[in-house]
Design a protein around this ligand. Structure first.
Ligand code: SAM
Ligand code: DTB
Ligand code: SF4
Length: 353
């Protein structure tokens, strides 16, 4: 006798999945459309095989050069093509970066990511960025930079100073790319990713959901990421922050279940990558974030600011971690004085008994 409730069989959902770089769009679509409980169970099982499910990696962002970017990315408040009220700034000073990195470390972050609103780094500013990477590494933090398109020499110079990660997102599908950005191509992005990978720097590459793309575009983005010669070590999944003044200010938001499904599918397709719940957490409930962690997200941007927009306050994230029994990866205890945790702690003391 068949029991319909047991279909698909539990062993189908817990089947060992090898690392693959040949995903077909119809397979990805089948995953995406599984009953939610089956999809979550499969993603979580794979997550547990590869990671401690109660640890989340924490990265803090800093904008080291803000605004007036020559690129026309339709989502970006920093593009010089749109009026979003941001003023053009110069590269920040090295000591400001060191100060912010120290604060990030003291608050419990393990990686410090520096972002610049450039098409590509200039000859004048690039050596200063190398100094920044060295200085942040000296604080025993992991380093990440996102500077736009790189030359081969610049990539090697970043490797030589010990850069750990380079962030360079594909952002959307190849098919939808030109609707979002006209000042560069999808292939330009792949070229830089190839150089970074070949130089032996860890790749951080992901995208944005909620830019008016179709479901097929979303699945195609995951396909492009997972079918790279190596899975990116880190995969940031951003929910669009619809910033006033950008062409996407009125874009239709992705639903929470679609977003959670995307996280689960990313986890299944790239089992050993860190999947980062990135921009957009300000608009997510605690419960939605908890479901994303269950579905396999295991990294966040941590700190009150992303680059130019707001992120949940540090204390709020500490409370969320506490409520979920999650600890920041790296074994570092978040310092007590940064955590105004009294109510949550009390709640937990009672609940544990
Ligand atoms: N200029 C570099 C580049 O584009 O690679 C680095 C900085 S850029 C701001 C880094 C990433 O931030 C983008 O690739 C995009 O995924 C994300 N981003 C920018 N604006 C966003 C927004 N409004 N909502 C969500 N993510 C956004
Ligand atoms: C990524 O994927 N998201 C981050 C980081 N990489 C550089 C940036 C999010 C930016 C959100 C808009 C802003 O704060 O300007
Ligand atoms: Fe410039 Fe990066 Fe913003 Fe595009 S996403 S406008 S490249 S800062």
């Amino acid at each position: 006798m068949t029991n319909l409730h047991l279909k698909p069989q539990i062993h189908d959902l817990t089947k060992y999945e090898p690392i693959r770089n040949d995903w077909k769009i119809n397979e990805i679509s089948q995953l995406f459309h599984m009953p939610l409980n089956d999809l979550l169970f499969k993603a979580h099982t794979i997550h547990r095989e590869n990671f401690n499910p109660n640890e989340v990696q924490t990265s803090t962002l800093m904008s080291i050069k803000t605004g007036a970017c020559p690129e026309d990315c339709a989502y970006c408040p920093q593009s010089g093509h749109y009026n979003t009220g941001l003023s053009k700034e110069q590269l920040v000073a090295l000591d400001e970066v060191v100060k912010a990195a120290k604060t990030a470390k003291d608050t419990g972050a393990t990686r410090f990511c520096m972002g610049a609103a450039w098409k590509s780094p200039s000859g004048k500013d690039f050596p200063v960025v190398l100094e920044m990477v060295k200085a942040v590494k000296d604080l025993e933090l992991e380093t990440c930079v996102t500077l736009g398109k790189l030359s081969k020499e610049q990539t090697q110079a970043l490797k030589d100073v010990g850069l750990d990660y380079y962030n360079h997102n594909l952002d959307t599908s190849r098919e939808y790319y030109q609707q979002i950005i006209t000042t560069r191509t999808f292939d330009d992005r792949l070229d830089t990713l190839e150089m970074v990978r070949d130089a032996g720097i860890n790749v951080c590459s992901g995208g944005i959901l909620g830019m008016g793309e179709t479901e097929k575009d979303r699945l195609s983005l995951l396909q492009s990421l997972a079918n790279l010669p190596e899975h990116p070590q880190s995969v940031p999944i951003n929910q669009l922050i619809a910033v006033k003044g950008t062409p996407l200010e009125n874009a239709k938001a992705i639903t929470s279940f679609e977003f959670i499904r995307m996280i689960a599918v990313a986890r299944i397709m790239m089992p050993k990558s860190y999947v980062r719940l990135s921009a957009g957490r300000e608009n997510m409930s605690d419960e939605m974030q908890a479901m994303c962690f269950f579905a396999g997200a295991n990294s966040i941007f941590y700190g009150d600011k992303l680059l130019t927009t707001d992120n949940p306050e540090t204390d709020k994230d500490i409370q969320l971690f506490s409520a979920l029994g999650i600890t920041p990866e790296g074994g570092k205890k978040i310092p007590e004085q940064t955590a105004k945790l009294a109510p949550t702690k009390k709640l937990f003391k009672n609940a544990a008994l």
